[in-house]
Design a protein around this ligand. Sequence first.
Ligand code: ADE
Length: 428
Amino acid sequence: MADESQKWVLLVTARTPTNIAVIKYWGKRDEKLILPVNDSISVTLDPDHLCTTTTVAVSPTFDHDRMWLNGKEISLSGGRFQSCLRELRSRAGDVEDKEKGIKISKEDWGKLHIHIASYNNFPTAAGLASSAAGLACFVFSLAKLMNVNEDQSKLSAIARQGSGSACRSLYGGFVKWIMGKEENGSDSVAVQLADEKHWDELVIIVAVVSSRQKETSSTSGMRETVETSLLLQHRAKEVVPKRILKMEEAIRNRDFASFAQLTCADSNQFHAVCLDTSPPIFYMNDTSHRQKITYFRIISLVEKWNRAEGTPQVAYTFDAGPNAVMIAHNRKVAGLLLQRLLYHFPPNTDADLSSYIVGDKSILQDAGLEGLKDVEALPPPPEIKDNIPSQKSRGDVSYFICTRPGKGPVYVSDESHALLNPETGLPK
Ligand code: ADE
């Protein structure tokens, strides 16, 4: 190891996407190792619009492990961070940076301390799977810093111990988390089904409904479901195994009708399982009545439109929170979806469209909506018979994010993007 008097700091920065499950993970068979009761499938979202950036650093001058999330120091003492750190440290390798005169042997990692700074480019408490991107980035960046010589699937099993759905954020495109059979969880890993270019015409629109923290934590909710819901047993044993095969086929063949039918059905069954829990879990119970209405309005809007067209145009899926994720077949459909969303969920009068619809704004341009001054003047969609004012939910959606299937984690080599100061190892 380098002379302790040396004041070197070694940094790694990485960027990791979030993901949305189209076949849901709900229910653990092992709480500590985070082993699920069924396989799940997700779409990775474009990190240009939703991602976590994390810088990790090691230095002989650090006297304990520290972490900052979105600029605020947080505790690393939680079991989940500790599980990931323990797994990574036990696999750490020798590291040498000749330019900086740094030499760390693998035995040193048990004594050295690390600093971690992480930043989510979307609201952390909005229920947008920030812990998935966050824990994936934590593991991915530390594995590089510590020269952990494991493939991506082994890293996914480490990230899984931080946050179940984090394992799926280690790949881009379409990803399956295999539940595995082993008691030690070694075969509960993520695999890539197809990369983000395989089906790049899909457009994903996220309706951010609330930035309040959800009341029921997923962990306790899942535990209560496993203990009390018979529907979960049926779902895990009978429904999901068949659905996984069909979803893999739909993705392979870019069969949108099947993809949309499976996605909506699985979201609805996940919410049915929550209701089948005793006491029932109402995932919108922390939010207002109006926000519950948003959930039902979006489902009804999409179901009516799909039925009117005779074939699905859009899929919807809701996680454990009020935000809606809609997946449109292509850019043309996405433009028509935005028109409908603006009709049903107009912004508050003072909000302008450029801050109400963020992310890939080219969808707005293509749909001829850019610069639209009077949202009120939008005609009702044809599947709505009358322009009834009560169908509008003004101000219920905070904003929409337009995005697409995206790539997996990447290292950021440009040190100017690091979140820690390269001299001190403290947040910039
Ligand atoms: N939870 C939410 N965001 C996170 C992040 N970026 N890193 C670790 N945990 C998180």
